[in-house]
Ligand binder design. Structure first.
Ligand SMILES: [Zn+2]
Length: 192
């Protein structure tokens, strides 16, 4: 269902444009811990799962470091391309997870072919979506926005399909925007 979009470099480039805006906002802000100015740094993530056709600098993640001696906290701005510190790109993590309901041998092989993901990684993602995500502070606060909460046993497919036609760029973009607080920022639960 999401196979086509996951190979469209134009979709991935749209996410990059949003990320540049998000980074510019973070750059203009202050350290969320102490209020000092932040310094800008970029580092190479080497994320996996990108389609062919994205430029080499696609892999650069914007990062900030507090300028105050004694604080020096690192800050990852929210991102549509990266999901916290995951090795795979955010859209791959979210959309591939939405495609996997039961992980059959055949499906695992097809997904390995598509984005290079192993069956073990798929199992780990599934566990995150079914066990950790439903217990997260973010989800407990955010699920109230839905009149009828997405079925926990079908996450994240049950969530993603609330944002539009499954398989479409608009649906994927809206779902990734919804999940932005988990991707980075001061309240990112996976921030180191
Ligand atoms: Zn600071």
């Amino acid at each position: 269902m999401w196979q086509k979009l996951l190979r469209e470099s134009s979709f991935f480039m749209v996410l990059l444009r949003y990320d540049r805006d998000l980074a510019a906002q973070a750059r203009a802000g202050r350290c969320p811990h102490c209020g000092a100015a932040v310094h800008f740094a970029r580092y190479l993530r080497k994320p996996r799962g990108a389609p062919t056709g994205v430029p080499p600098d696609y892999d650069l993640r914007d990062s900030f470091c507090c300028s105050r001696e004694g604080c020096r906290k690192r800050l990852l701005p929210p991102s549509l391309r990266f999901f916290a510190r995951r090795v795979y790109l955010g859209p791959v993590f979210v959309l591939v997870s939405a495609m996997v309901n039961g992980i059959t041998e055949k499906r695992a092989m097809a997904l390995r072919e598509l984005v290079g993901v192993s069956r073990r990684t798929l199992e780990r993602w599934r566990k995150w979506w079914r066990e950790l995500f439903p217990r997260s502070e973010f989800w407990r606060a955010a699920r109230g926005r839905f009149a009828l909460a997405p079925a926990p046993s079908c996450l994240p497919a049950s969530l993603v399909e609330r944002f539009g036609e499954p398989g479409s760029g608009g649906c994927a973009l809206a779902a990734l925007k919804f999940l932005l607080p988990l991707s980075g920022g001061p309240r990112c639960p996976m921030e180191g």
